[in-house]
Design a protein around this ligand. Structure first.
Ligand code: ZN
Length: 585
């Protein structure tokens, strides 16, 4: 069995140059098309242009996907980096033309498209109608063409470079730690962070100390960058006329502000569930109080190991429990050559699933070490892949589900697997360990992410008024206090933790994707468990829609209203149920 993925389906590397030139030539054709955009354009012509633009999107996705995946498994791959920067340049040239088309669709470019004609032509391709209507609705936030172009360039050459710089600063850091009197040099952050799951107290504590010390030493740099991120975000927010800093993200996600506020409130209100877990965990570890560095501590020293074969079998087995299609798609992914399994030097840490286009089966990157966690990671990522395969009948721009629904299949696959293994496991100690890990994971995806967002909201309000790095760290520390209450001892160095959270720099307010997705998916899963027959079909329908419909309306059509106060409570009840089981064992 091959343990690496085969990227030829995306593009054999020898053909990169050809495809690049092909797209370059198509650029001319696209310019001509844009010149033909006028209010009385025929439906046929408009359809032809849309189709052409989708085709180009597919080509660009392949061109960029190849070096992106190459770099993921070898971050020092110089060739991949070169190809990537070529793609970036080409993408900038495309966006100049793309902006013209999108402004015309929004009715903001001459000859102006009026509402009546927009209505006449937007339905030519049903699949793309929602996107077209939506961009027209968002037209009030766009700026004139010249300014839009300046912003794109500023983002790539300004903010984008700042972000690269931040990554370089982090990547250059090396950490000196001492365990059992032995000094050790750790060269990457991901290696260091792997130690926070170590069974030994000392190791976890030392790892966090090393991390936070480096962050503190470099705080002025991170603060300068973060200030720039916030000021830039807020400047553009005002320029475009958004209501608030977070509203920019909400609109992009097409989630109503009220639903996001409901989510944030609900997560804060339910922090007690996790605090209860931390109090339980302290007892389990024989401590009076849990320290912050114990949050991810495994509670059992013996661990079950799985081979790749066992992992495949387990995951496919649980997929087949949901539906035949789940199994069929899962098998194509897991038994094909879509997965890069093993950890390697210079490979990216973590795991992901990449969907390139409807025509190409998704790819999955893992760092498989045979742990229980790795088995659920495969189920999770395969779930993402399966989701994409359900939606493969769409155009490239409508295949991917919008944010609130993006975690539906992944969470589902993970949950079925989890319950299956839990049911089979007879050893009480191992079951306890599994549930404990599940609680720690839920804390990380739900509660922790929520508090990042709350921190960002404050930071975006206060930084523009003028703050010192230490003031911002104070704000963060207060946020931690609120999150953990009296249940966890947080050492003062954690005040600098904010400075290593990539998302708050790279995509402000992104983090609620995690708690939103997880809670919504748990809600769907709970319904499926109660009534598998009805909900299997409904969930499959949600998956098939991809990103071609408004997520809110899509959910309402299956009887779910994310704006309803208390909607997220049902998902918290599942999490509270795990904690209850834990206390019982
Ligand atoms: Zn996911």
């Amino acid at each position: 069995m091959k343990k690496t993925w085969k990227l030829d389906d995306i593009l054999p590397i020898g053909q990169f140059g050809n495809l690049y030139r092909e797209i370059e030539n198509d650029l001319e054709k696209m310019r001509k098309y844009v010149g033909e955009l006028k209010p009385d354009i025929s439906k046929e012509k408009f359809k032809e242009i849309l189709e052409f633009s989708e085709e180009e999107e597919e080509k660009m996705a392949r061109l960029g996907g190849l070096p992106g995946l190459m770099e993921a498994v070898n971050q020092k791959d110089a060739e991949a980096k070169l190809l990537k920067s070529k793609v970036e340049n080409l993408a900038l040239r495309w966006s100049e033309v793309g902006i013209k088309m999108s402004l015309w669709i929004k009715g903001k470019r001459k000859p102006k498209l009026d509402d009546k004609n927009a209505k006449r032509i937007f339905g030519v391709i049903t699949d793309l109608e929602y996107g077209l209507k939506r961009s027209r609705l968002l037209a009030k936030y766009s700026l004139p063409e010249h300014e839009e172009n300046i912003i794109v360039n500023k983002d790539v050459n300004g903010m984008g470079v700042l972000e690269e710089l931040r990554e370089m600063i982090s990547a250059e850091m090396e950490y000196e730690i001492e365990i059992d009197g032995k000094k050790k040099l750790i060269k990457t952050q991901s290696e260091l962070l792997a130690l926070v799951y170590d069974p030994r107290d000392e190791v976890r504590r030392v790892a966090y100390q090393a991390l936070l010390l480096k962050q503190k030493e470099n705080l002025p740099k991170f603060f300068a960058i973060y200030q720039a991120v916030i000021k830039d975000w807020n400047y553009e927010m005002k320029l475009r006329g958004y209501k608030s800093a977070i509203a920019v993200r909400n609109l992009a996600n097409d989630i109503p502000d009220e639903a996001v506020e409901e989510l944030l409130g609900s997560c804060s209100k339910n922090r007690g569930i996790f605090q209860e877990y931390f109090i339980w965990k302290a007892k389990e570890l024989g401590k009076e109080k849990l320290e912050r560095s114990d949050v991810y501590a495994p509670i059992v020293k013996k661990e079950k190991k799985y081979t790749i074969e066992e992992t495949k079998e387990l995951v496919l087995g649980s997929l087949s429990q949901f539906s035949d299609k789940f199994y069929k798609f899962g098998k194509e992914l897991i038994e094909g050559q879509q997965i890069d399994w093993m950890p390697k030097t210079d490979k990216r840490s973590g795991a992901f699933c990449a969907t390139i286009s409807p025509k190409i089966k998704p790819y999955i990157m893992l760092n498989f070490t045979g742990k229980q966690r790795d088995v659920s990671t495969l189920a999770h990522e395969a779930g993402h892949g399966i989701h994409s395969m359900y939606a493969a009948g769409h155009y490239p721009s409508t295949q991917n589900a919008s944010l609130p629904l993006a975690e539906t299949a992944s969470t589902l696959a993970e949950m079925i697997l989890f319950e299956e293994i839990l049911l089979r496991e007879k050893d009480g100690e191992i079951r306890k360990a599994m549930l404990s890990d599940k609680m720690a994971d839920a804390y990380a995806t739900v509660c922790r992410q929520n508090y990042f967002i709350l921190f960002e909201k404050e930071a975006h309000k206060k930084v523009p008024q003028g703050l010192r790095a230490e003031d911002l760290s104070d704000l963060y520390f207060k946020n931690l206090k609120d999150q953990f209450g009296e249940s966890v001892l947080v050492s003062p160095n954690f005040r600098y933790e904010w400075s290593y959270i990539s998302h708050i720099f790279a995509s402000p307010f992104y983090c609620y994707a995690y708690n939103f997705g997880e809670l919504l998916s748990l809600g769907l899963y709970a319904r499926y468990k109660k009534d598998p027959k009805i909900w299997r079909g409904r969930i499959e329908r949600i998956l098939e829609v991809g990103g071609s419909k408004n997520p809110n309306e899509m959910l309402r059509s299956v009887g779910i209203d994310i704006r309803r106060p208390g909607f997220f409570q049902e998902s918290f009840d599942i999490i509270a149920g795990w904690q209850k089981q834990l206390t019982k064992i």
